[in-house]
Design a protein around this ligand. Structure first.
Ligand code: NAD
Length: 258
């Protein structure tokens, strides 16, 4: 247990090996930057290799340690291989953020089986793949922190009926609770966040009327910026949240309260 004093968040992140999936752009890039400035060695794991390399290079330019890795989180063999490579080159993984994701703003009748499978594969199977590759070693070492990026949609559902996204995000909340209860006795903590709408490429795919309706339902009256999500992830990965287990924290400007 950390000492009962003002906990230095950065002290508990400094020198840690951190994987952020989908870490090259949007919320993931915000998380990568915040963790890097707190002193972690960042592994930017993204299927967009040039973007991952560009972000890692920008972190290295600040003097931080950062590595880019090209990986599709939905590909079990590729994730296993990537984690083995990281462990061989950098050492054991301390922090994992399952953030990689895609948008697909369609109504239920338009969700073909192919779209359904793709959505569940990236979000839910992706989180499973990364946890499965990383967590057994965390339990052996009796140290690890995992944050799953779910969504307000996973708690509340979505107004336009894109049920594949909401089902995948709700699944990530269940995955978080189960893994959290299993891992907590080994000082491995698993939590999640449920962001509302964040200003990224993913939400720029929403139609203008859909964006306007969504903003009208947010008491804060605006979308979030990636760094406002990243700071909550930093809290969950740090010792400042040492007694928080299996929680899914809303970061939604008041758009959904539970
Ligand atoms: N933007 C929002 O409003 C919002 C709200 C709630 C939750 N989220 C969640 O936050 C996460 C990040 O979203 P964002 O808005 O930053 O999206 P984004 O599109 O801006 O960035 C997503 C990143 O994930 C990467 N990626 C996509 N599929 C991948 C795969 N199979 N393997 C590896 N990398 C992959 C992309 O290349 C990209 O770098 C997603 O899980 C999303 O569902 C977003």
């Amino acid at each position: 247990m950390p000492e009962l004093r003002a906990i230095q968040i950065d002290e508990s992140i400094k020198g840690r090996i951190a994987i952020v999936t989908g870490g090259a752009k949007g919320i993931g890039a915000g998380i990568s930057r915040v963790l890097s400035s707190a002193g972690a060695h960042l592994v930017v794991a993204d299927r967009d290799e040039p973007a991952a390399e560009k972000l890692a290079a920008s972190l290295r330019a600040t003097g931080a340690g950062a590595t880019a890795i090209s990986c599709d989180v939905g590909d079990t063999a590729a994730v296993t291989q990537a984690v083995k490579r990281i462990e061989r080159v950098l050492g054991a993984v301390d922090l994992l953020v399952n953030n990689a994701g895609i948008g697909d703003f369609v109504s239920f009748p338009d969700i073909s089986r192919e779209r359904w499978d793709r959505m569940l594969n990236v979000h839910l199977t992706g989180a499973y793949n990364c946890c499965h590759a990383v967590m057994p070693d965390m339990l052996r070492r009796r140290f690890g922190r995992v944050v799953n990026v779910s969504s307000v949609a996973g708690k509340r559902g979505d107004f336009i009926g894109n049920a594949h996204y909401t089902a995948a995000k709700a699944g990530m909340i269940g995955l978080t609770k189960s893994l959290a209860a299993w891992a907590a006795p080994y000082d491995v903590r698993v939590n999640a966040i449920a962001p509302g709408i964040v200003d990224t490429e993913l939400t720029r795919e929403m139609s203008k009327p859909h964006q306007a309706t969504t903003i009208s339902r947010i008491p804060l009256g605006r979308f979030a910026q990636p760094d406002e999500i990243a700071s909550v992830v930093l809290f969950l990965l740090s010792d400042a949240s040492s007694y928080v287990i299996g929680e899914t924290i809303n970061v939604n400007g008041g758009s959904y309260l539970d």
